[in-house]
Design a protein around this ligand. Structure first.
Ligand code: G3P
Ligand code: MG
Length: 261
């Protein structure tokens, strides 16, 4: 099971890295999460048009890249319709701050070199219908690359998706990797009960209640919450008794948890 060795506080997971303070899903955001004391990072995985795994949240590049300058006629095209070479031409940093100008979109194969091996990694398969074969590609990459094998031996790796069929497809391709079901509303008990291969549930903290948390626990599943920002929400989420908390401000959560221990 993925749990802190000390077991005295929930894992702190930097959402898209330290995305409150650095451009999401870039090497800068992951390094910043590590520096802030996060236990893990969460990141979003997609497949480029020519089959390379890359880390990107939105369906298009408009919000978090300079795509409108580089490909003016294609700025609202699916980000997955671009090849890896095209994606490598984009600046994914300057939208967030001038000091991040030139920060590239990070590819999955570049992640082990970009992050410290002491960070755990939650890989969220994003919009799998747009990236056919992403589950098998991710499973093959995790099994095939020496860096990833080493990483997986040292640190927790968890794969998740809102899409249940995608979680299942990934699990079938990589049965040894921990898989989590992402849920936006109340977790579906029947679905969870029928999927005993799941390690746990990653729930929207706004939908999570004491009852739904207890129902997840009754199935002996781990319980994580996303995306918990702000003092009030943090206190409420911690009261639920979580295994991990995904936040845009991992440094703030680490300080909050250190203060109580
Ligand atoms: O994986 C938790 C969270 O990242 C899910 O929502 O939209 O931020 O990817 P989103
Ligand atoms: Mg995500």
């Amino acid at each position: 099971a993925i749990a802190r060795p000390q077991g005295h506080r929930p894992l702190v997971v930097g959402h898209r890295g330290n995305s409150g303070l650095a451009p999401e899903n870039t090497a800068a955001a992951f390094a910043s999460a590590l520096a802030a004391g996060a236990d893990m990072i969460e990141t979003d995985v997609r497949l480029s048009a020519d089959g390379e795994l890359f880390l990107f949240h939105d369906g298009t590049g408009r919000r978090t890249t300079n795509i409108a300058e580089v490909f003016p006629d294609r700025a609202d095209d699916p980000i997955t319709s671009f090849t890896a070479a095209q994606l490598r031409r984009l600046d994914a940093g300057s939208w967030f701050g001038e000091q991040f100008r030139g920060e590239p979109i990070l590819f999955f194969s570049e992640l082990p070199a970009a992050v410290d091996f002491s960070l755990g990694i939650n890989l969220e398969i994003k919009a799998p219908a747009e990236s056919p074969g992403v589950e098998q590609a991710l499973a093959a990459a995790l099994a095939g690359e020496a860096d990833w094998k080493r990483l997986a031996q040292q640190q927790p790796i968890a794969v998740s998706s809102f899409d249940h069929a995608s979680v299942r497809a990934f699990h079938e391709a990589a049965p040894d990797v921990a898989v989590f079901q992402l849920v936006d509303g109340i977790p579906d008990q029947a679905l969870l009960a029928g999927a005993r291969w799941l390690q746990g549930v990653v729930a929207n903290h706004l939908s999570l209640t004491a009852e739904s948390a207890a129902a997840v626990r009754a199935l002996d599943l781990g319980l994580w919450a996303y995306t918990v920002n702000g003092a009030e929400y943090t206190e409420r989420a911690l009261d639920t008794g979580l295994d991990a908390v995904i936040t845009d401000f991992p440094g703030t959560l680490v300080e909050r948890l250190s203060a109580q221990s």
